[in-house]
Design a protein around this ligand. Structure first.
Ligand code: 2AM
Ligand code: CA
Ligand code: CA
Ligand code: CA
Length: 269
């Protein structure tokens, strides 16, 4: 994608994200219809659905040949990464949206033939927007984010970790491995929005994010943003991320990435 095209697309995408965010904010105190999906804690509201529909309609009206890959099913059936694909999570952190009325984000990644060109993560209630265009740096609002520092050590790092997969019955990581990781880290945080967790790593307010079950729409924007500040993003086993399927994620400073992979992430096969 050439720079002029990318800039035009970025300007349009950002405008729609801000508009969608404004709609959510204006309805934040409305009564909610909350449904569940795969289990009792997997929530979805009419606002998740309306917001995804908003994007799907705008994109289809404006860019006939673009495709939409979204969580709530208003997009296209995506079987390959060919073409221009908007990978959208209309509300990332639905549980926070429902329970806290904050700490959730709109996440939009635009990919061209599998390459992340644009990433936008909007912390709706804070009115904070993280953006990146490939090769042009990452921004928080109008301020460019610094490159990650040259050196980083696990013993001084804060990682975002979701405590549910640290339970004994988790099928992914051995008990011993995860205990060692938690003991070695300076501390952990759990924010409940994968997109914001990526944005916080890019911003340098946390140093890494390790998680076991994410979908492409959770990470598409965050990967573009984090790569622009020199972060490394792979699966928890160090492989390239598959942008079509469910995946594990290790997103952090390159030095920490090696340290986590070498020492602690002892994935169960
Ligand atoms: P969501 O709010 O859009 O569903 C919470 O730790 C994070 O994990 C959120 O980003 C949440 O996205 C995501 N998440 C929740 N359930 C998930 C699931 N079953 N598969 C993948 N991601 C999930
Ligand atoms: Ca969801
Ligand atoms: Ca999500
Ligand atoms: Ca969502």
């Amino acid at each position: 994608m050439d720079k002029i095209h990318r800039n035009q697309l970025y300007t349009q995408a950002k405008e729609w994200v801000l508009e969608a965010g404004q709609r959510i904010r204006s309805k934040i105190d409305d009564p909610r219809t909350i449904e569940t999906k795969s289990n009792a804690n997997d929530l979805v509201t009419e606002m998740d659905q309306e917001t995804e529909q908003f994007f799907a309609e705008k994109i289809r009206e404006t860019y006939e040949d673009h495709l939409v890959f979204g969580e709530e099913g208003f997009g296209d059936e995506i079987k390959s990464l060919d073409g221009t694909i908007w990978i959208i999570d209309p509300i990332d952190g639905t549980m926070n949206f429902v329970h806290q009325k904050r700490n959730f984000a709109i996440s939009v990644g635009i990919y061209q033939d599998g390459i992340g060109e644009i990433g936008i993560i909007y912390n709706v209630m804070e009115d904070t927007i993280y953006t990146a265009k490939r090769g042009e740096g990452a921004y928080k609002n109008n301020r460019q984010l610094a490159q990650l520092p040259e050196e980083s050590l696990l013993k001084q790092a804060i990682f975002a970790l979701n405590t549910t997969w640290m339970l004994p019955e988790n099928p992914y990581v051995s008990h011993q491995g995860i205990h060692e990781l938690v003991k070695t880290l300076r501390s952990t945080r759990t924010y409940g929005s994968a997109a914001l967790e990526f944005a916080f790593v890019a911003e340098g307010v946390i140093d890494g994010y390790l998680t076991m079950t994410l979908m492409p729409w959770d990470i598409a924007a965050g990967m573009v943003i984090l790569k622009e500040v020199g972060g490394t993003v792979t699966t928890a086993g160090g492989q390239d991320v598959d942008m079509l399927n469910k995946t594990t994620i290790l997103a952090c400073h390159p030095m920490l990435h090696d340290e986590v992979l070498e020492t602690f992430v002892d994935l169960k096969k």
